[in-house]
Design a protein around this ligand. Structure first.
Ligand SMILES: [Fe+2]
Ligand SMILES: [Fe+2]
Length: 405
């Protein structure tokens, strides 16, 4: 998995203050904790033996999540005795591709990393760290889910199970590479602790399929867009991790293709009116989450020479076009009304964040939030209800019930 996905909810804070990152293993590194406050906390830390500002991660409803699912239902879905639509030869071909392991030797670091990190100063340094932390958490979230699916499906469907295990290998590599990147900034995520301390969001299998498919494809488009942009504008290449995105994003693309094959094998998740409604809902959740998240971090995108909104719209449009090949309905993201509504949501979200920053007592803050939440909800609903684009693969025809004369 390469990107964060959260159901869009307007309030920007969790009530938890559970520490999720610990420095117990990393003596000289900074401790990074999840904080319930809206203000970053500052502590003393060592930076190459000197003092450096410490960061606190704000866990919000837009923070990358960890997922869990109904594994018994998953087993039934991939049981070849029960599901005759499972095209085992397609999965075997995909397995061979995963076994080839194109990126086995790709993620090798060099001394450019540390040198580049040392040159990143001021607010951009903080925002870079946050980018690495969030990306690492999102990749690690994929690792955990795929690893468990690989374990649980071993008996029922060894081919599908092995693909999940190999995808978890990829995600572990991605998360590990990002975590090494954090070490350039004298930080580290304690992923073992994160696994235990983090709350898991439960999704039924069909929702896992929609969400992870979109997450992989949007991740592909994000990485490739950043890669191409920096190749054309090398003056913004301020940290070498982006040079790895070209091959990296191919992993995400393959992961997405695997979910596409999984969805085709479960036509009941794609061929009725409910599937259309859910498809649109997940598209909306993923696109809005990304847009609101990124618009809160424009300094990062501007730091690498991108216009945040233009970048996001490009990623959304491309992801939506890719998704239209498999989902039975998608949003009409190329209609200017879609972007207008997204921008309106950004404005409302900014007002909501501003309420959180005030000195008011919690009750007053909550009262001030009510009309804003209502406005955001109505914007979301209006966007959801925009006339959709009917889509889906022509392959489907063979799965549709037909009249036999
Ligand atoms: Fe990944
Ligand atoms: Fe992935």
């Amino acid at each position: 998995m390469a990107t964060e996905m959260a159901l869009v909810k307007p309030i920007s804070k969790f009530s938890s203050s559970t520490p999720i990152f610990s420095n117990s293993r990393y003596g000289k590194f900074t401790t990074v904790r999840m904080s319930s406050t809206s203000q970053p906390t500052t502590k003393t830390a060592a930076k190459g033996g000197k003092k450096a500002a410490k960061t606190a991660i704000k866990e919000t409803l837009l923070t990358p999540r960890f997922y869990t699912t109904d594994f018994d239902e998953m087993e039934a879905l991939f049981n070849t005795e029960i599901n005759k639509n499972l095209n085992q030869s397609e999965f075997e071909a995909l397995l061979q591709e995963f076994k080839t392991d194109y990126n086995q030797t790709h993620f090798v670091r060099n001394k450019e990393f540390k040198e580049a990190a040392d040159k990143i100063d001021g607010p951009l340094r903080q925002i870079f760290v946050e980018f690495l932390e969030r990306s690492c958490t999102a990749e690690f979230s994929g690792f955990l889910l795929y690893k468990e699916l690989g374990r649980r499906l071993k008996k029922t469907n060894p081919v599908v199970a092995e693909i999940f295990s190999l995808m978890s290998r990829d995600e572990a590599r991605h998360a590990g590479f990002l975590n090494k990147g954090l070490s350039d900034f004298n930080l580290a995520l304690d992923l073992g602790f994160l696994t235990k301390a983090r709350k898991y969001t439960f999704f039924k299998p069909k929702f896992i399929f929609y969400a992870t498919y979109l997450s992989e494809k949007i991740g592909y488009w994000r990485y490739i867009t950043i890669y191409r942009h920096l190749k054309e504008n090398p003056e913004y290449q301020c940290y070498p991790i982006f040079k790895y995105f070209e091959n990296w994003c191919q992993d995400e693309n393959r992961h997405g293709d695997f979910f596409s094959a999984l969805l085709k094998a479960q036509p009941q998740f794609l061929n009725d009116w409910k599937a259309k409604l859910w498809s649109r809902f997940f598209c909306l959740s993923v696109y809005v989450t990304m847009y609101l998240n990124d618009c809160q971090r424009t300094a990062f995108y501007e730091g690498i020479g991108l216009d945040t909104k233009e970048f996001d719209m490009h990623v959304i449009i491309e992801t939506n076009r890719t998704t239209a090949r498999i989902f039975p309905a998608v949003l009409d993201v190329e209609n200017p009304e879609f972007k207008r509504r997204l921008d309106k949501m950004v404005e409302i979200n900014e007002q909501l964040l501003a309420v959180g920053e005030t000195e008011d007592i919690p009750l007053v803050k909550n009262l001030k939030r009510i009309p804003l939440i209502a406005a955001l909800a109505s914007e979301l609903l209006a966007t959801y209800l925009m006339p959709p684009v009917e889509s889906g693969s022509v392959d489907f025809a063979e799965f549709e019930p037909r009249l036999v004369y």
